[in-house]
Design a protein around this ligand. Structure first.
Ligand SMILES: NC(=O)c1ccc[n+]([C@@H]2O[C@H](COP(=O)([O-])OP(=O)(O)OC[C@H]3O[C@@H](n4cnc5c(N)ncnc54)[C@H](O)[C@@H]3O)[C@@H](O)[C@H]2O)c1
Length: 287
């Protein structure tokens, strides 16, 4: 039986990091009850505390009032682990970009979630068809790729796997629109649309730095001022997370089997050093 948008009351978000928290915030803002899960309750609480901070800033800037903030926070419930997402009608997974982890999480979600629940993934690059095959409901598994920061960015890239049915696609599109987003539809190929184009550009910027073609500031200013991008590619990489950028390049490299997608050694080295960008306080820049 297929579900329509009006039947979706509770949204489960698995992974309460920068993307999961953003997704939870937007879902609660448009009126959904949201269950937030991560590896444990502590991490889920941390995700909600981050949203509280953002909403407090929005109140101080006059974007929302105290009542709206309280209303949004009241709809967000941190829970202890994914087994507590069983009452969700629609689950959006936003855990770390690691294929083995996501396959395991989807097998577990499939076991714990109601049969009618749709299981979406915010993966940046891992094949939806492969994630879907880790469940007994591949027709109800779909890619729902939000952009960072979720409350600000307009796009949701929807990716249908080989087995995803049309009802799941339609419902996911309707949910993204209800969350105030515009959608594009991508085929399930490595990197989908956005990262297939964006990540090689970021990787090339890292290579330009590695080869000493320009300083970090000049590489960023060159692309900002010369190609009208709102931020330079190295700044953007710090924003996304260098571990996430590396993981996506590895998926492109492996999936396409083409050396043009080889991750830059400097990107690997920064990740080895734990310089992951904004989230760790240091990446190509210091924060
Ligand atoms: N950062 C971006 O710009 C961006 C944009 C679009 C999509 N994505 C995708 O979103 C996903 C999350 O990325 P992020 O930037 O939020 O990363 P993040 O590191 O900020 O958050 C990942 C979260 O997953 C949690 N996690 C790890 N293992 C888990 C488990 N077993 N069960 C539950 N939670 C677990 C971590 O504790 C962490 O809170 C990835 O798939 C990434 O590719 C990221």
């Amino acid at each position: 039986m297929s579900t329509d948008l009006a039947q979706i009351k509770v949204i489960g978000v698995l992974g309460a990091g920068q993307m999961g928290a953003g997704i939870a915030q937007v879902a609660a803002t448009v009126g959904y009850q949201v269950l937030m899960a991560d590896v444990g309750l502590e991490q889920a609480n941390k995700g909600k505390a981050g949203i509280d901070k953002i909403l407090t800033r929005n109140v101080s800037k006059g974007r929302i009032d105290e009542a709206k903030k309280a209303e949004i926070l009241a709809r967000l419930t941190p829970v202890n682990g994914l087994s507590n997402l069983s009452s969700a009608d629609f689950v959006i997974e936003a855990a770390t970009e690691n294929e083995a982890l996501k396959l395991k999480l989807f097998t577990q979600l499939d076991e714990h979630c109601a049969p009618h629940a749709i299981l979406a993934t915010n993966t940046s690059s891992i094949p939806i068809t492969r994630i879907a095959a880790a469940t007994n409901r591949p027709h109800k598994v779909i890619g729902m790729h939000f952009m960072n920061p979720v409350p600000v960015m307009k796009l949701v890239e929807i990716i249908t796997g080989l087995a995803t049915d049309e009802a799941t696609h339609q419902l996911t599109e309707a949910l993204a629109e209800k969350m105030g987003k515009e959608t594009v539809l991508a085929r399930d190929m490595p990197g989908f649309i956005v990262n297939r184009i964006l990540m090689p550009m970021i990787n090339e910027a890292v290579t330009a730095l590695y080869e000493g073609i320009g300083s970090r500031e000049d590489i960023d200013a060159g692309m900002r001022l010369g190609t009208n991008q709102p931020m330079g590619p190295l700044t953007l990489a710090d924003f996304i997370g260098l571990d996430t950028c590396l993981a996506i390049m590895e998926v492109l490299h492996q999936g396409m089997g083409d050396s043009k997608y080889r991750p830059c050694p400097l990107l690997k080295q920064y990740v080895d050093a734990g310089w992951l960008g904004r989230k760790s306080g240091r990446g190509f820049y210091e924060y």
